[in-house]
Design a protein around this ligand. Structure first.
Ligand SMILES: [Zn+2]
Length: 466
């Protein structure tokens, strides 16, 4: 049996750093804000897409980031020796996870209960949302005194709502087959009408419970009243905090691992790669792009299939001619969580090409190009693994099983950049509560840092098209 590294202080502290990140990131808006703050704290400069963004205005050796819709973010560090036409080393991730979103008219009630109407977002394992303490978070557009409408993020960090199951006494078949109607049997309970104060009863709002609007306003601060709330996008999430688990703390129990796990690792690897002045001699630009809307197909103004990343790369290139030659000297890693083998369902996995927790980052391979990894990418990532000593493993889906996909194929097709799919192994993907290995965070940070630091060298030595 091969022994993998013992849990070190660095490995554990990276996992603890992730716990902080995910616990303060209940929505893609919070993910983006937390990433922006992280990049700011490492000297990155914010750039508006509304302003000119050309190579002459930016400085080699400096780092920048661009945000779209406050839910997608592209950060980049320009190598000291970069010039238009040179390559980009890119890691792409997604900021969103399956969830339940408040409907535009969310007010519901029945039998004295206040309920809220929710719409499913993405392909969640919805039964896992029953009997869980759920919190509410998202973005609120608030009209300020001067008439401007601005976005404020809100996180009501307490167990606010719950979707209860039906007692076993009233449904003896529940253990054999738990199925439910998403529209009629999946409405969260917000409270009891009998508890409403006189003021709450007298306030009228046809779209949402006035008590809920008052709570949102008070969470946003004393300068916000329910009347100044223009609109919002609010989602539910697991109230319970992410934490370490298992007898040796070898597990991470957490919501939203897919894909905050790799979004976290990608951002940390970019910063980690800047140490030891390695950017000074780099002829490439290092990019981490984190997109909203992967869970619903990536087609939106800020999804991976939008022009967000493309336009940034084009503008950094200065001319279309430089852009096209850059694309052919670039490489993209699509970093999204991967499936670890599940001991209770091992027959669902291919018997040789399966991945295990805490054994390193998983390269996802699919002959039908649901994942982009090919021999070119393998040569690059194997080199990064050798240099960083970070373990890697491979995953192939069974021939008789359906296969997921990622933003990798879309980005590869849109840009023509050779692309590879990888991610940390996990269980319960798309459940309200997922799990992964504690050590794999640091393994992936080391692996991806080595990719950033050594890509220009690898690009020269791995000759596919010349
Ligand atoms: Zn994902």
């Amino acid at each position: 049996m091969q022994l993998y590294g013992k849990m070190t202080a660095a490995t554990k502290s990276r996992a603890l750093e992730f716990l902080k990140f995910v616990n303060s990131s209940p929505t893609p808006y919070h993910v983006t804000k937390n990433l922006a703050e992280y990049y700011n704290s490492h000297g990155f400069q914010y750039l508006s897409e509304k302003q000119e963004l050309s190579p002459s205005l930016l400085k080699n050796g400096k780092s920048y980031y661009v945000v779209r819709n406050q839910s997608s973010i592209v950060a980049f560090s320009i190598g000291g020796k970069w010039k238009p036409g040179n390559g980009f080393s890119i890691i792409a991730t997604h900021t969103d996870s399956p969830t339940l979103r408040l409907k535009p008219k969310s007010k519901k009630s029945a039998n004295g209960y206040m309920q809220i109407g929710v719409e499913q977002y993405g392909g969640g394992i919805w039964h896992s949302w029953f009997d869980r303490d759920l919190s509410l978070a998202g973005r609120v557009l608030v009209q300020e005194d001067d008439g401007r409408v601005v976005q404020r993020n809100v996180h009501i960090d307490r167990p606010l709502v719950r979707i209860p199951t039906l007692a076993i006494h009233l449904d003896r078949s529940a253990n054999a087959s738990f199925s439910f109607n998403m529209e009629t049997e999946f409405a969260p309970l917000l409270g009891l009408e009998q508890e409403l104060s006189k003021e709450e009863v007298s306030e009228d709002n046809e779209a949402h419970h006035p008590a809920l609007l008052s709570l949102i306003a008070s969470e946003l601060g004393s300068d916000v009243s329910p009347k100044s709330i223009v609109d919002f996008e609010l989602i539910l999430g697991d109230y319970e905090k992410a934490r370490l688990g298992g007898i040796h703390e070898e597990f991470v129990f957490s919501p939203r691992l897919d894909n905050q796990g790799m979004t976290f690792s990608a951002s940390r690897s970019l910063i980690n790669s800047l140490s030891e002045n390695s950017l000074e001699d780099d002829p490439c630009i290092r990019v981490v792009a984190s997109f909203d809307h992967e869970e619903i197909g990536s087609v939106s103004a800020q999804g991976a299939e939008s022009n967000f990343l493309l336009s940034v790369l084009e503008r950094l290139s200065g001319s279309m001619e430089s852009y096209y030659s850059s694309m052919r000297s670039s490489f993209l890693i699509s970093a999204d969580m991967a499936h670890a083998i599940h001991p209770n369902y091992s027959s669902k996995y291919e018997s040789t090409n399966y991945a295990e927790l805490n054994k390193g980052t998983v390269l996802k391979i699919n002959a039908n190009q649901r994942y982009m990894t090919n021999a070119h990418g393998m040569a690059i990532i194997k080199r990064a693994s050798q240099l960083s000593k970070a373990p890697i493993q491979v995953f192939v889906v069974r021939n008789d099983s359906p296969c997921g996909s990622t933003i990798g194929p879309k980005l590869a097709a849109m840009t023509g950049i050779p692309t590879l799919d990888l991610g940390n192994p996990m269980l319960s993907m798309h459940s309200c509560r997922e799990m992964c290995g504690t050590k794999d965070f640091e393994y992936s940070v080391q692996l991806l840092s080595a990719f950033f630091q050594n890509f220009s060298d690898m690009e020269k030595h791995i000759v596919i098209d010349n």
